[in-house]
Design a protein around this ligand. Sequence first.
Ligand code: GDP
Length: 529
Amino acid sequence: MMKYEKEINKRRTFAIISHPDAGKTTLTEKLLLFGGAIQTAGAVKSNKIKKHATSDFMEIERQRGISVATSVMSFEYNDILINLLDTPGHKDFAEDTYRTLTAVDSVILVIDSVNGVEDQTRRLMEVCRMRDTPVIVFINKMDRDGKNRFDLLEEVEKELSIHLHPMTWPINSGKDFKGVYNLHDKSLVLFTANTKASDDEDVVTISDLNNTVLEDKLGDRDAETLREDVELVDGVHGPLNIENYLAGKVAPVFFGSAVNNFGVKEMLDTFITIAPAPRSRETTKRLVDVQEDKLSGFIFKIHANLDPKHRDRIAFLRICSGRFERNKYYKHVRLEKEVRFSNPYSFLARSKDVIEEAYPGDVVGLFDTGGFKIGDTLTEGENFYFTGIPSFSPEIFKEVVNKDPMKTKQLEKGLLQLTDEGVAQLFTQFGGNKKIIGCVGELQFEVIQYRLLQEYGASVEFRAQPYYKACWITSTDKKKLDDFTRFKSSNIAEDKDKHLVYLAQSEWFLNTERQNNPDIEFHFTSEIH
Ligand code: GDP
């Protein structure tokens, strides 16, 4: 047995993703109840920013405060240690979510049965697709009059381009919702509204669907429909191919109602059986085997305290191999120096406290005084970076206008630090000095303006820029790339790592340039390293 095999095999690190309001918070809470991490419903606060009040900093701070406390929720269920990584609900902080997805081994996707596939669902799944992240789908709110179950599955398959594999099958929806049939262990789980986590679900084992018990429980019409549905679904799908799930090609689907704690246990039991334990990861140098003795891990999130009295930052380290130990020296690869941490922070629900050790799949909070940026790697001496931690093209671009020339130095420092934290992306116009900030949402500009003033004393305004996307450009033909950047210089910028970026005004411009310049590759994401 490998040194840490037992610890590694008992861990499952994942995130729940959804369009806002689909039921992520509610489902999280039910999972925590099952794990015994909380005792009562209502204990998990939504991390949503309720209204889009751009100058409501109290709201932003409140949200950030909650989100650090619940960034990672660790709990045990049936001897499995579950690390649930929280993702911000607000779309303006979507980049945070994308990065968190680089630190998980699988996801649970919640879909509202009434609304089906929504905007955020689509974008988040794109990120999962890029990494072939295994996905389990939970179709929520079956107690409401939702879409027809077959239509809904077809919509999800088509819109998210993933094959679905129903694990349970619903009997009606809305006020006629009677429960689900578990296709795997052939049992009927009858629906009762219930907000507590308990094992006393009304479950009837039905090994033969022709048994008239079905009529007794469901009535003639629904019993017949269920038989037909199951025959159809079983005929199409057969048993779940776990390899295909692990490869991100097939997503098992569960139907339920999170608020009623219905269908959640079926999903959780399957999750701990099939979801991947921490796996080996690719780096710029070699594949790092998760079973290696030596520590490696990367920073995927940095959380700064907005309270001026507490200027600390917490960097979130995802451990990829080896054992992390308190007070041991590790190599900070980018800074080429040895660092150690005397107060690493754990997220175990019962003991939010300093930890002595952690294993692959775990996330450790490291108090940081500005030495980290997203993508940084810790090792025991070797030099490499984990790959697949990209920046995504921002969607809103604004020029930074310095309103206080006396504070230029502070401004530059602030911009660098905030972008290291991943709050926004910074582009410098080619051949000029114009600094352009790219974000996913308006709210981020408000946060930047506020923090530059509060933390660095720099006062800025933003001037809107007419760009629609930033594409990183590369070419094997250096001359062609040089020519392009020269001809298009007003649309060219460099990102923080001096990579060339083409700022497109519109989709039409982008497509035209791509057609006219076949030797140049346009990338919609950049690997940070
Ligand atoms: P989030 O934005 O994805 O975190 O969604 P929430 O968990 O906050 O849920 C949004 C709303 O949907 C809340 O009012 C929940 O009470 C409600 N909700 C969650 N699950 C269900 C469900 O199964 N049925 C119904 N009818 N409502 C639900």
